[in-house]
Design a protein around this ligand. Structure first.
Ligand code: ADP
Ligand code: MG
Length: 235
């Protein structure tokens, strides 16, 4: 693990505020993640973890504050993009892994992973070849033509990890990616998630309740009531 708190951030957010009626989901949060760094976001249920992840990833817009991504094309001001531009940014620059993988059950493993490439215009044969490479990198060679229902929970999450990265995402966001897994499988999935992101110079932002998951990340941020209350670099 390489902690890189002092290197320049690939994604940074300043003074993020998001309210829902009278509920303050984020009360002024500053956040950054560097290339090759993994950051765990922890905190009690309702503390604002998912809201922070969604603001960082351009899924929702904060009421105020900034989110900036250093993209190959230059600096992108995520929080002020139109919905269409944010949708494109999410497709091209970000990858997502959720607690339930949201994989398409009627498709095979390789088809699920190839889908984001095909949506971006890559021809099917080429997309499936790249997808198969990612599946192999995640220990799933030989499982390409299995449907999602024919995979274990941990295998399905590794398919979701492959799908999150096949388009070359610079930041992968994961919300409770091991929440539905037992502890051994959870460790395997975290190894796959960290190895395939930070191991390749990409960044990982992971929301988790699990101390074991957080301990594998280079930095841990604690949220309480929509504010960062603690921040620690892991050994
Ligand atoms: P966490 O992921 O840490 O459990 P969330 O970010 O989901 O927390 O929620 C933070 C706060 O914002 C909570 O009080 C929650 O009820 C509220 N909240 C989140 N999303 C919405 C929403 N779409 N509508 C209304 N309130 C919301
Ligand atoms: Mg949440």
């Amino acid at each position: 693990m390489t902690a890189a708190p002092s290197s320049s951030p690939v994604l940074s957010a300043g003074s993020l505020v998001k309210t829902y009626g009278t509920a303050v989901a984020l009360g002024g949060v500053d956040f950054r993640v560097a290339a090759g760094e993994s950051v765990a976001i922890m905190g009690a249920s309702g503390s604002g973890k998912t809201t922070l992840l969604h603001c960082l990833a351009g899924i929702i817009q904060p009421d105020s504050g900034t989110v900036r991504l250093v993209a190959p094309s230059g600096l992108v001001d995520v929080a002020t993009l139109s919905e269409k531009e944010r949708s494109r940014l999410r497709r091209e620059s970000f990858g997502f892994v959720f607690q339930q993988g949201f994989l398409l059950p009627e498709l095979t493993a390789v088809e699920n992973v190839a889908l984001p490439l095909m949506l971006g215009g890559t021809a099917r044969a080429q997309a499936e070849q790249e997808a198969a490479g990612w599946l192999a990198a995640l220990g799933l060679a030989g499982f390409e033509t299995r449907r999602i229902g024919q995979l274990s929970g941990g295998q399905a999450q590794r398919v979701a990890i492959a799908r999150a990265q096949v388009t070359g995402a610079s930041v992968v966001f994961a919300d409770e990616p091991t929440g539905a897994l037992d502890s051994n499988t959870s460790a395997e999935v975290m190894d796959a998630l960290i190895g395939s992101t930070t191991g390749r110079g990409r960044s990982l932002v992971v929301v988790t309740h699990d101390e074991n998951v957080a301990a594998r990340c280079s930095r841990v941020v604690q949220l309480a009531d929509g504010r960062i209350v603690d921040e620690a670099v892991t050994a």
